[in-house]
Write a protein of this length. Structure first.
Length: 492
């Protein structure tokens, strides 16, 4: 997986910088609290939400277990409907394919539907290097692009910007990209939306090539599905002569009946709506209606490696709703940029290190970007146990071990800087293996508790720099139980 933000430090350093930005924290707090409160009310309307959640989990797990079969079926059904399927092993191959397809069309600009897959592979940068202009049409993505910025949220990429900042970006940058912002533009939402509509309208009407991702692919018919709230996606999917869809191989659902489950859970978990205002579906090509040329680029880019991990593979269930971001106390304070990936928040902390590996400093730090409070698991509409995967990946970082990379088994070395953690875990394992030794250690710690330091020395200093060292009780639970219950039970 490409797309690591160039120059980004490891998460702790990036987060430390972010929490000092009062404006950023205020923007994030207001937005995430608003979204999650609306989501809670929308979910509460369904008596069978738990059943839908379990159904989504089961459908995704079944599909992943039989992914080879469904991928072949998708290729067959898309081809039968008039489309052309391309296979990309990694980001570079996907970018080469898309660039070639645009060049073959004779065009030098494209309009894009919001797509995390294209962000993941760095498609806009690859097209720019080939002299092709790629215009984002989602409002939030437009703000990010005009501001020469990076997305910081899965659903709302410009969540870190407030209305005043957006007005300034439109006023300063729109003219360089096309139609300038209206004179006297204010920061009212209606005026900002109208400025974006006018700016994008000429691009929709002029563009001959559209690029999209897909929320879902239905294997039985070869149908692709995009859900959105603004209508820009509908314009990109219907007006151009050529449509190129770049989609991760995990986005498949077997049947239309399976799709029905996700069309209930995704909008409520993401935008807190009963259904998305725009749900666009297309199957191949149709004479005189919509694009006359359709290409589907299926990308792996680390997904089959992730699938090989029995614990970590559940991250591939993700339907990109962003509910986990909106309840995460770490994301709320650090923001999305600190994660160094287009996938921020709790899901990014488990997905990016699997797609990209844990050998870089930033990817090795992401599994620690969590308090393990479990709120992300509680709201996930496909029941991804994110805390379980975080702990699993922490073990990989600290201990190393065998993983799958590019389809081959490789052995990772333990990451640097975790010697103290490894020693502590070995000591804990030894102590828990010998109950008598554990009990002795507990009694010794209790009797000397008045002399315990408030912070740990050496490698432990980093741990207590951000946490309070727990106070040792005067008596262990084992000793309390023996004193209060032991004699009585022994006399039975």
């Amino acid at each position: 997986m490409s797309g690591t933000f160039v120059g980004m430090p490891a998460f702790p350093k990036a987060a430390h910088q972010a929490v000092g930005d009062a404006t950023l924290r205020a923007n994030l707090k207001h937005a995430t609290h608003t979204i999650r409160d609306k989501r809670a009310r929308a979910v509460a309307e369904l008596d069978d939400w738990a059943a839908l959640r379990e159904a989504g989990k089961q459908i995704k797990d079944h599909t992943l277990r039989h992914l080879d079969t469904y991928l072949v079926q998708v290729e067959e059904t898309v081809t039968a409907a008039g489309g052309t399927v391309h296979w990309a092993t990694d980001a570079d191959e996907a970018n080469r394919i898309v660039t070639r397809l645009v060049q073959e069309s004779g065009e030098s600009e494209v309009v894009k539907v919001k797509s995390m897959a294209t962000q993941e592979i760095g498609l806009n940068e690859a097209l720019e290097a080939a002299g092709i202009a790629a215009y984002e049409t989602d409002l939030a993505e437009l703000i990010v692009q005009l501001g020469h910025d990076r997305p910081s949220h899965i659903l709302v990429p410009a969540i870190h910007r407030n209305r005043g900042e957006i007005r300034d970006i439109f006023t300063k940058e729109m003219a360089a990209w096309g139609r300038p912002a209206p004179e006297g533009l204010t920061d009212t939402p209606a005026e900002l939306a109208e400025a974006a509509r006018l700016h994008l309208r000429e691009k929709f009407l002029r563009a001959k090539v559209g690029i999209s991702g897909a929320n879902f692919m239905v294997a039985e018919t070869g149908t692709l599905v995009v859900v959105e709230s603004e209508g820009n996606g509908r314009m990109c999917l219907t007006l151009p002569e050529t449509l190129i869809s770049v989609v991760g191989i995990e986005k498949i659902v077997p049947t239309w009946r399976d799709l029905e489950v996700f069309l209930q859970t995704l909008p409520r978990s993401s935008t807190a709506e009963r259904m998305n205002p725009y749900t666009s579906m297309w199957t191949g090509t149709t004479d005189t209606d919509g694009p006359q040329t359709f290409h589907l680029v299926l990308i792996d880019n680390g997904r089959t490696d992730t699938l090989a991990d029995e614990v970590g593979r559940q991250a591939l269930r993700c339907i990109r709703c962003s509910a986990c971001l909106n309840v995460c106390p770490v994301y709320e304070r650090a923001g999305g940029h600190a994660y160094g990936s287009v996938y921020p928040g709790p899901i990014g902390a488990i997905l990016s290190p699997q797609l990209r590996g844990t050998t870089s400093e930033i990817d090795a730090s992401l599994p620690y970007a969590s308090s393990l409070c479990g709120a992300c698991y509680e709201v996930c509409p496909v029941a991804i146990d994110i805390p379980e995967v975080l702990v699993h990946l922490r073990e990989r970082v600290v201990q190393g071990g065998e993983v799958t990379r590019r389809g081959a088994k490789v052995t990772l070395k333990p990451a640097k800087g975790h010697a103290g953690e490894r020693a502590a875990m070995r000591a804990a394992r030894w102590a828990f293996t010998y109950p008598a030794a554990l009990a002795t250690g507990q009694r010794l710690a209790a009797r000397t508790r008045r002399f315990h330091p408030r912070t740990l020395p050496g490698p432990g200093k980093a741990w207590t720099a951000t946490r309070d060292l727990p106070q040792v009780p005067a008596e262990s639970f084992r000793d309390w139980w023996q004193r209060t219950h032991g004699t009585k039970e022994n006399g039975k």
